[in-house]
Unconditional design. Structure first.
Ligand SMILES: Nc1nc2c(c(=O)[nH]1)N[C@H]1C(S)=C(S)[C@@H](COP(=O)(O)O)O[C@H]1N2
Ligand SMILES: [Mo]
Length: 245
């Protein structure tokens, strides 16, 4: 009897394609690579639910007062080693002289903001580690305005849940509000005490040492304060949305 049942189950498993147990044996990354491996996209909805839980959990344990390590001058990556990385080979066409940052959504003062209005706010300079998901890291010297200072200036709704970002190369990402307000999250306009160069995201990029490198959007052109959770260029391809480190 017991034998029969077992055989029966095995046959059922084969006929039905992936059984639940065999799905669990696969690594999550493998599953993310091929989301539509079951009919009706059931694997996909399971993973979406799991990822939502993961984002919620990471946000719960995220401590806004916990700072990412700041390094001494001796520990800096030398400027020659300040690596460039991005989805495209060439930077987008941007004229830093006429650049403005658009601000929309749940803010008291929407509009477009110049680099001068950003750099007149308090400045933070920090040597923090940038960690790329591709398996390398570096410690550049960043300088800019804490994003929280800017969000206060534009009158962002303190109760809003998210901030989404659009860049000039059609790159997008989005953050939970506590991460956007973290004191080391910068609207960065300098590196190594000089204006940010175009390959690194000039005139203004995000630097967020509490998260993986793909959350540090370069060439930003629009910020939207919202209660809707938007994804991002890499996030929509299965990369972690919270991406805390
Ligand atoms: N707009 C935009 N921002 C981006 C990217 C991109 O392709 N476009 N790539 C991200 C990734 S994966 C990394 S590792 C860092 C690289 O920043 P860097 O060129 O200053 O090293 O930028 C991030 N921000
Ligand atoms: Mo990256």
């Amino acid at each position: 009897m017991a034998d029969d049942t077992e055989k029966g189950n095995a046959r059922e498993g084969e006929a039905g394609g992936l059984t639940r147990r065999s799905i669990l044996k696969l690594s999550p990354l493998l599953l993310l690579a091929g989301c539509d491996m079951t009919p009706e996209g059931r694997t996909e909805s399971f993973l979406r639910t799991f990822q939502k839980f993961n984002d919620w959990f990471q946000a719960k344990v995220f401590d806004r007062s916990r700072l990412s390590t700041e390094y001494s001058a001796a520990e800096l990556t030398p400027e020659e080693g300040f690596r460039v990385n991005g989805k495209d080979d060439d930077p987008p066409d941007i004229d830093p002289a006429t650049w403005t940052l658009a601000v929309e959504g749940l803010v008291a003062r929407p509009g477009t903001y110049t680099l001068a209005s950003i750099s007149s706010l308090p400045k933070r300079v920090m040597n923090t580690r940038h960690v790329c998901v591709e398996g390398w890291s570096m410690v550049p010297r960043w300088g800019g305005t804490p994003l929280g200072e800017f969000l206060r200036m534009v009158g962002a709704d303190p109760g809003a849940k998210y901030l989404s970002v659009e860049s000039a190369d059609d790159y997008t990402t989005s953050y939970d509000m506590p991460s956007a307000l973290h004191p080391q999250t910068l609207l960065c306009y300098e590196a190594y005490d000089k204006p940010l160069t175009l390959p690194h995201g000039a005139p203004v990029r995000i630097v967020m040492p509490t998260k993986l490198g793909y959350k540090s959007a370069k060439w930003i052109r629009k910020l939207t304060v919202t209660d809707e959770k938007t994804g991002g260029y890499w996030e929509d391809q299965g990369y972690d949305w919270f991406a805390g480190i």
